[in-house]
Design a protein around this ligand. Structure first.
Ligand code: GNR
Ligand code: NI
Length: 186
């Protein structure tokens, strides 16, 4: 199992609509393990499979605080089936938009249906951080990012910064973790 690379904007794959999961087989279990490893290593509180380049409707989450035992949660094919008219604002961040944080307004409470690892249908009503995080991750599997919910001026500024950074490192392959830089000069 492995920590995988997280896609960063403007990677076009982050705009894909992920496909529904049809079966929980060995491969999907391995994907979910890698998602948890990647999410904990980052560290992040949620991760959508597309963030590691897999366009499947799978989300991992763990909202436990640092001093609490782990609370790993998996959501397969999650869907918002009800949302409150009342809104709440939360300062969001995203592992695919590193070190950028902004206030986002979303429905304060949502009802979400999903499948568990046995493909058994489940339903939860969420508020607070869980509601925010579920909406953030369900956006990801639909190709939507939290910057799509902020002003165009701010979004354009963020996109410009990350496009410039991507251009700079164009064609530069990151070193694998077990590789050592041997003789960079200057
Ligand atoms: O780690 C994360 N923190 C976070 C904080 C506020 C709102 C949403 C999130 S999700 C984010 C990880 C991530 O990018 N998931 O897609
Ligand atoms: Ni995100």
């Amino acid at each position: 199992m492995a920590v995988r690379d997280i896609l960063i904007i403007p990677d076009k794959r982050l705009r894909l609509k992920s496909a529904a999961v049809q079966a929980v087989d060995k491969r999907l279990r391995a994907l979910i393990e890698d998602m948890f490893e990647t999410m904990y290593a980052a560290p992040g509180i949620g991760l959508a499979a597309i963030q590691i380049g897999v366009a499947k409707r799978v989300v991992t989450m763990d909202l436990a605080k640092k001093d609490e035992p782990k609370q790993p949660q998996v959501f397969i094919n999650p869907e918002v089936v009800w949302s409150s008219d009342e809104k709440a604002t939360y300062e969001e961040g995203c592992l695919s938009i590193p070190e950028y944080y902004e206030e986002v307004e979303r429905p304060k409470a949502v009802k979400v249906t999903f499948l568990d690892l046995d493909l058994k249908p489940q339903e939860i009503e969420a508020s607070g951080l869980l509601a925010t995080c579920l909406q953030h991750e369900i956006d990801h599997i639909n190709g939507v990012l939290f910057i799509d919910h902020i002003s165009k001026l701010k979004r354009d500024m963020v996109m410009k910064k990350f496009k410039k950074a991507a251009k700079k490192t164009e064609g530069v392959k990151p070193l694998a973790e077990d590789e050592e830089p041997s003789h960079y000069i200057g």
